[in-house]
Design a binder for this molecule. Structure first.
Ligand SMILES: Cc1cc2nc3c(=O)[nH]c(=O)nc-3n(C[C@H](O)[C@H](O)[C@H](O)COP(=O)(O)O)c2cc1C
Length: 202
């Protein structure tokens, strides 16, 4: 097999093996590994070559715990005020239970949070950041690291005082929070419904 074919196979393997990892060992990720993940992220396609991304890396567990507690309070307020994350009653009661649990850490005690931020407004800049996120997660998977997007963290990361603390300028928005670390144990695959083709015109 040529190297190119092996690499293509690795890409497919990462696509199929990547899972949302929610349990991590205490081992800390090195700067080199994180820089390699950021480099993979910025290879993503970018509309009109804007490259709108910038990154924040947080490896301070005390800060992560504080952000998690604040994120949970914001989300609970949203749910109680009817600004619901979901219309589904059973998901809503599960969320209320989970977010109300003082021991629940939205970052699952992962040692590293990478936040992909958007520097420029524009029709596709948010999409660019999400494409960079998928690159980062697949690259992490190829290095046997676990990742999980943490949508729960988006509101807190965009609070003015939190942006100040994380040195995110006003005009920059936190778009994709991703936790990264060494998985503790295997993660069961999550099934997908078959791809639904609405139209296929030949
Ligand atoms: C935009 C987005 C936000 C997410 N936010 C969270 C989150 O806040 N907490 C969490 O545990 N998982 C979160 N996830 C992970 C999903 O729950 C997970 O991807 C989904 O259940 C499918 O599982 P898989 O990634 O293992 O295939 C998020 C995923 C995406 C794409």
């Amino acid at each position: 097999m040529s190297t190119l074919i092996e690499e293509r196979h690795d890409i497919l393997r990462a696509i199929y093996e990547r899972r949302a990892v929610r349990a991590y060992t205490a081992e800390r990720l090195s700067e080199n590994v994180i820089r390699a993940l950021l480099d993979a992220a910025i290879q993503a396609p970018t509309a009109m070559h804007v490259e709108p991304w910038a990154f924040v890396v947080v490896q301070d567990k005390v800060l992560l715990k504080r952000l998690s507690d604040r994120a949970k309070a914001i989300l609970l307020d949203d749910i109680k005020a009817g600004r619901e994350l979901t219309q589904d009653a059973s998901t809503k009661s599960r969320l209320l239970r989970t977010l109300g649990d003082p021991s629940f850490n939205i970052f699952y005690d992962a040692g590293t949070l990478i936040v992909i931020c958007r520097k420029h407004l524009g029709p596709y800049t948010e999409a660019d950041c999400w494409l960079a996120a998928e690159n980062l997660m697949l690259a992490a998977c190829a290095k046997d690291l676990g990742t999980c997007c943490i949508g729960f963290a988006i509101p807190v990361l965009n609070e003015a005082d939190v942006k100040d603390e994380l040195k995110i300028p006003d005009e920059i928005t936190a778009v994709v929070p991703i936790i990264v670390g060494f998985p503790r144990g295997a993660v069961e695959p999550v099934s997908r419904k078959p791809s639904q083709v609405l139209t296929w015109i030949r």
